[in-house]
Design a protein around this ligand. Structure first.
Ligand SMILES: O=c1ccn([C@H]2C[C@H](O)[C@@H](COP(=O)(O)OP(=O)(O)OP(=O)(O)O)O2)c(=O)[nH]1
Length: 117
């Protein structure tokens, strides 16, 4: 069944919420991540805007892919085109504990280029 009846056109410098026609259920110990395809990025400057997109284990709606066209030409999507890739990833659950004191490290609060180029 075609869920993209008409080709989708993404203009340069624009994003589009692309329907996949897919819904899924999986264990709550996992998430699904949506990632760009490197070929589309390298050749057409098409990427996934929110990469990696998160599909929660309790989500039952249609999975959608937020594509962004960084290129100079319109990007056309037809039914069954391969526009992104999904990866099943384990989720590590943790509990937070509030404190005023963190253990010391050499780095301390240095970041954002503090170690040089
Ligand atoms: O690229 C994406 C990202 C998310 N979703 C769906 C599945 C996901 O489980 C749900 C919520 O995503 P997320 O948690 O990233 O969104 P939010 O902005 O935090 O919204 P919410 O308040 O619904 O959690 O939307 C997609 O279909 N594609």
């Amino acid at each position: 069944m075609a869920f993209i009846e008409e080709p989708i056109r993404i203009a340069p410098n624009s994003s589009y919420l692309v329907p996949t026609g897919l819904s899924m259920a999986f264990s709550e110990d996992y998430e699904v991540q949506i990632r760009p395809r490197s070929g589309l990025a390298a050749k057409k400057s098409i990427t996934v805007l929110n990469t990696p997109g998160t599909i929660d284990s309790d989500y039952r709606g249609e999975i959608k892919v937020i594509l962004f066209n960084h290129g100079k030409e319109d990007f056309l999507i037809n039914n069954k085109d391969r526009i992104a890739q999904m990866v099943l990833m384990p989720v590590i659950k943790m509990e937070f504990e509030e404190t005023d004191n963190l253990p010391d490290t050499l780095r301390g609060d240095g970041g954002f280029g503090s170690t040089g180029k």
